[in-house]
Design a protein around this ligand. Structure first.
Ligand code: ADP
Ligand code: ZN
Length: 531
């Protein structure tokens, strides 16, 4: 399966051309309108072709122009005519060349759009109401067979966003030439083909850890070899304690030994530790080589694997050394989560909940339900939140700070616990603390916000209290140390409601202390009589 072409399909009036144009801009691709190409090729309008030569002749021309366009294009978004895939032959051609996004809408929506744009609808000229009804009836099953995206009630930006989610394809712009992010179950099998399509150069050096390699080494290498790549595979020991200068040096060494050149590619296969390490090694080796990421933990999929931050830890603290180095490509295969230990999945959910609170109430609701069964949907939604924010602020100048929600307190808790609390666990409690702060300084719209977040954390199986052995004075001190780094003031990101957070709040340390004490001694849900 190729990802290089995207075809927009659906009944007349479903907005294939306007969405196609917007999608092409968003994804940094060219836009092609097949009907326009046909008109140029024949030298008259579609309506005239229908009137003079008839539908059969039109379909023959359509088939041949479609073939030519596919041969001549790569990385394009192509809007098709509403009946272009009725023949099996065209359908096969198109599906071999890329992905089809089929749009559908109710009869009423389509009719209202068609009455605004009357031109170019050969099958709907005389009695549009009747003809549209018949057309939708006869083609209903056909359109349904493409798992269509329903457009009713979506405004322009929602449609654009939903289209990207439906395709499992996003593009981050603003960092160099930008890069694509692909998400779909089973993608790890196809990494070789995808690299070829992106014109990535070999040899490819895969960097992974021993746990991940045990599950995915063969699968990945098979695919890369099938596509003709020379490869080598570097296995590191698992765990954050190895995210240091010694491991980095061993990676540089390995790169030298396999003869990695400036135009070859590093592939990070693993969690956040691996993507940080491999990305930083790629950023620094010979002043920077290309790299791609295949995140295999939930945490890395929704956070660390996106955005081009790379780095290592120092004994004095985490991530103190690093660089922004945008990958060429991010490939997310949610099937990898099948082998991820449960506690690592829950760890990632801390970050997912954060993304729901920042920008996506529907995502937050997914977390309240049968979340284990919805992981692919959850991954896509959580990634979408982060990608939107990165695109607004690629180098973390302002808005991107909203992603620090839960982290000002969470980081300090993580450190004060001597890393007994995992990152996602600490962020969960950090979210609770910061939400209580938001309630107490009147930033939150209701006083119920912390209780609803607490319920979700509890539902997932994440901690909802600060462990008794954590020294709160130390936590406050650690938060103050952040302050030095930020030029004198700690600025919190705080939630206003589920789906909305703002940055830049200064909070009195005594209030932070009060809230932390509450979270260590009382239980929010018990207090509210919920559990
Ligand atoms: P992160 O920083 O993303 O939380 P790490 O890179 O520290 O994650 O990985 C957490 C642990 O999970 C490591 O022991 C790693 O080897 C293991 N791991 C990562 N991905 C998978 C996977 N898909 N299946 C099984 N184990 C995995
Ligand atoms: Zn985090």
């Amino acid at each position: 399966m190729g990802n290089s072409l995207i075809f927009l399909y659906g009944p007349p009036g479903s907005g294939k051309s306007s969405l196609g144009l917007a999608l092409a801009q968003q994804l940094n691709r060219v836009f092609i309108d097949l009907d326009e190409r046909i008109e140029t090729f024949v030298g008259c309008s579609i309506i005239d072709i229908f009137n003079i030569q008839g539908e059969a002749a039109f379909r023959a021309i359509e088939k041949s122009v479609l073939k030519t366009v596919i041969q001549e294009s790569s990385h394009a978004v192509i809007a098709l005519g509403g009946g272009a895939l009725l023949t099996e032959e065209n359908r096969i051609t198109v599906q071999a060349a890329g992905k089809v996004l089929c749009l559908t809408a109710s009869y009423e929506t389509l009719l209202s759009r068609l009455s605004v744009a009357k031109q170019k609808r050969p099958l709907l000229v005389d009695t549009p109401e009747e003809s549209l009804r018949t057309l939708l009836k006869t083609r209903h099953q056909h359109y349904q067979s493409f798992t269509p995206l329903k457009i009713d009630g979506l405004d322009h930006s929602q449609l654009l966003e939903n289209a990207q989610r439906h395709l499992g394809l996003f593009h981050v712009s603003g960092m160099g030439t930008g890069y694509d992010i692909l998400i779909s179950p089973g993608l790890l099998h196809q990494v070789g083909e995808i690299c070829l399509e992106k014109d990535l150069k070999g040899p490819i050096v895969v960097v992974s850890d021993t746990n991940v390699a045990a599950h995915y080494r063969e699968l990945l290498l098979d695919g890369l070899h099938r596509s003709g790549y020379q490869t080598s595979f570097v296995e590191l020991p698992p765990g954050e304690q190895y995210k240091n200068i010694d491991t980095l040096q061993s990676l540089w060494q390995a790169f030298l030994e396999v003869g990695l050149e400036r135009n070859s590619t590093v592939l990070a296969l693993g969690g956040g530790v691996i993507s940080d390490l491999a990305g930083f090694a790629a950023a620094t080796f010979k002043r920077g080589v290309s790299w791609i990421v295949c995140p295999t933990t939930l945490l890395a999929m929704v956070d660390a694997g996106l955005g081009g931050k790379t780095g290592i830890d120092l004994p004095q603290g985490k991530n103190l050394i690093g660089a922004f180095h945008a990958p060429q490509l991010v490939i997310v295969d949610p099937d990898c989560l099948d082998t991820l230990p449960d506690e690592e999945v829950r760890n990632g959910m801390g970050e997912v909940i954060k993304h729901g609170i920042i920008d996506d109430p529907a995502l937050f609701n997914l977390c309240r339900g049968n979340w284990q069964e919805q992981l692919t949907k959850i991954v896509i939604a959580a990634m979408a939140v982060k990608i939107n924010i990165i695109c607004q602020d690629p180098l973390e100048k302002d808005r991107r700070a909203v992603l620090n929600l839960g982290h000002t307190v969470g980081h300090a808790l993580e450190v004060a616990s001597g890393f007994q609390l995992k990152h996602g666990e600490a962020i969960g409690v950090g979210l609770l603390a910061e939400t209580k702060i938001a309630e107490q300084i009147g930033v939150a719209y209701t006083q119920e916000l912390s209780a609803s977040i607490c319920e979700v954390l509890f539902h997932i199986g994440l901690p909802t209290r600060i462990p008794a052995e954590i020294d709160l004075d130390e936590v406050i001190q650690l938060i103050q140390q952040d302050k030095k780094r930020a030029g004198g003031v700690v600025r919190f990101a705080l939630p206003l409601e589920i789906g909305k957070a703002e940055i830049g709040y200064q909070v009195d340390p005594s209030l932070v202390h009060k809230v932390l004490t509450q979270l260590q001694t009382k239980h929010i849900l018990k207090e509210k009589g919920i559990r």
